[in-house]
Write a protein that binds this ligand. Structure first.
Ligand code: C2G
Length: 129
């Protein structure tokens, strides 16, 4: 069974996220999503999420492409996750291009083109208008 992993906040879930998850799943048989916790988002990414971790987890678990959701609590966990879950492929949107190449020693690393024009920030901006 080919296992794929990806990481993110996935707040205000939108079709850009779905495009990423669909393509990530297509690279294997089992997709793990490491979901940023509220603390990680706030302390490390300075993101205040609209939905809580539990709400964002519930949304992700309802997506047909997602097989498992685990917490992302820090930047340093990726190598351990790849080892622990015996991951074959690590996937991120290409806004992260090159940032996780150190994982190439352990697994395949794939950066997928982002879906242009949509983002959680854009949604907030438009709704605030
Ligand atoms: N994404 C995308 N297209 C968009 C928006 C997001 O392909 N229009 C992708 C991102 O490239 C990322 C994933 O969807 O791979 C999740 O996006 P975010 O929730 O913004 O994740 P991010 O804040 O980049 O967190 O340790 C890694 C971080 O947790 C990644």
């Amino acid at each position: 069974m080919k296992k794929v992993i990806t990481y993110g906040t996935f707040d205000l879930l939108h079709y850009g996220h779905i495009n990423l998850l669909r393509r990530a799943k297509a690279l294997g048989d089992y997709l793990i999503v490491a979901l940023s916790t509220d603390e990680f988002n706030w302390n490390e990414k300075h993101k205040k999420c609209y939905f809580s971790y539990e709400q964002r987890k519930q949304l992700l678990e309802a997506i047909r492409y997602v097989d498992l959701v685990i917490p992302e609590t820090g930047w340093e966990q990726k190598s351990g996750d790849v080892r622990e879950f015996r991951v074959d492929t690590f996937v991120m949107g290409d806004d992260w291009e090159g940032k996780f190449d150190f994982l190439r020693e352990q697994c395949e690393v794939v950066y997928l083109p982002r879906t242009p024009e949509i983002s959680s920030t854009q949604i907030k901006r438009d709704l605030g208008r």
